[in-house]
Design a protein around this ligand. Structure first.
Ligand code: ADP
Ligand code: MG
Length: 323
């Protein structure tokens, strides 16, 4: 990007919008969006180029609940999961877009350092032969009694599995992201000095059908793996994954848990294979960090959202470096 010292892709976790103890009110969403916007504007003020992405797990769950209530009370058919993903990109993108605009104005950076803030509804290509489609593992939406789950399965072709915490829940596949369909537009906007918010929720999963046409698919992409694809494609220097733990741990949750300050990609992969990072939470973050530095990135950082600034300065979080 023109004149910036380094490009950072910031991946915001679930706690960036709904933190522990929040009810999920509009006020809370705005308050949380401004917390992230303050940090991002500060980075921009220091001369970094920034691309933002975010998770959407809790929000897609909420959209699914709304749809179910609509179905029960008003007989309104639920939308498909790709449409729910697009809704969540608009919802969260709007919050960040407005909060960032206001913060950049406040800091006198808008129009001087950046040209604007824009959210891109992003479709992310997946392989329709990805083995993940044969074994859907990702739980989404509300919990149901067995009978109701069977009824919904029949009516909408959904797959349900018993949830370890009780009841039945819809499960969908979580295929690996290949690339963002809108990546050229994203790259151009970044290069031209816009702050881009893109690939929300890992991107809307799409594939090319037998006629070469794009189609949405009922799946969810992991946002950290999606963030890596985008970071590599825009030639970012740093992938900063912000979550709700201060560091990545070995033996997480056990008495001998040990925080990691820095690891090389090969050390990280070794720990990954030994099972130190749980699938669906820390696993994809570490894998995204490893892939990023293997694909030419300089540094991946996993840190707590509240320590984002310290982390970029090298004083917090866990760093994954090439090697
Ligand atoms: P996000 O919304 O930020 O993606 P996740 O819940 O997916 O958040 O991932 C963060 C969680 O990963 C932490 O809250 C922690 O409980 C869990 N976790 C699993 N394994 C580890 C580990 N080895 N070190 C640190 N946290 C871990
Ligand atoms: Mg996650």
């Amino acid at each position: 990007m023109n004149g910036v010292k380094e490009v950072v892709v910031v991946a915001l976790g679930g706690n960036a919008f709904q933190s522990k103890g929040d009810k999920g009110t509009v006020e809370e969403y705005w308050r949380n969006a401004y917390t992230s916007a303050e940090f991002i504007a500060r980075l921009i003020g220091e001369g970094y180029g920034v691309v933002v992405t975010h998770g959407n797990g809790p929000q897609v769950g909420i959209i699914a609940e709304w749809m179910m209530a609509g179905l029960k009370e008003k007989n309104l058919p639920p939308m498909s999961l790709d449409i729910a993903g697009a809704m969540s990109q608009g919802w969260l993108g709007y919050l960040l877009q407005q909060a960032l605009y206001n913060k950049l104005m406040e800091k006198n950076l808008m129009g001087k350092v950046v040209k604007g803030v824009v959210t891109i509804v992003t479709q992310t290509l997946v392989d329709k032969n990805d083995p993940a489609f044969k074994d859907p593992t990702k739980y989404i939406g509300p919990w149901y009694e067995k009978e109701e789950a069977e009824k919904l399965a029949k009516e909408f072709g959904w797959v349900f599995k018993p949830d370890p915490r009780g009841g039945y829940r819809r499960v969908v596949a979580s295929p690996d992201p290949v690339r963002q369909i809108e990546i050229d537009a994203i790259r151009r906007l970044v290069d031209d000095g816009f702050v881009v918010i893109a690939d929300g929720g890992g991107g809307i999963p799409v594939y090319f059908d037998d006629n070469g046409k794009l189609r949405g698919v009922e799946a969810v992409i992991d946002k950290d793996l999606g963030a890596e694809r985008m970071a590599a494609a825009v030639g970012a220097d740093i992938l900063l994954i912000l979550t709700d733990v201060e560091k990545v741990y070995l033996n997480h949750g056990k008495p001998d848990a040990k925080p990691i300050d820095q690891m090389t990609a090969s050390e990280a992969l070794k720990y990954y294979k030994e099972g130190h990072f749980k699938p669906g939470s820390m696993g994809p973050k570490v894998l995204a960090g490893v892939r990023f530095v293997q694909n030419g990135g300089k540094l991946a950082i996993i840190a707590h959202l509240s320590q984002a600034y310290e982390a970029i300065k090298g004083n917090a979080g866990t760093r994954i470096v090439p090697g």
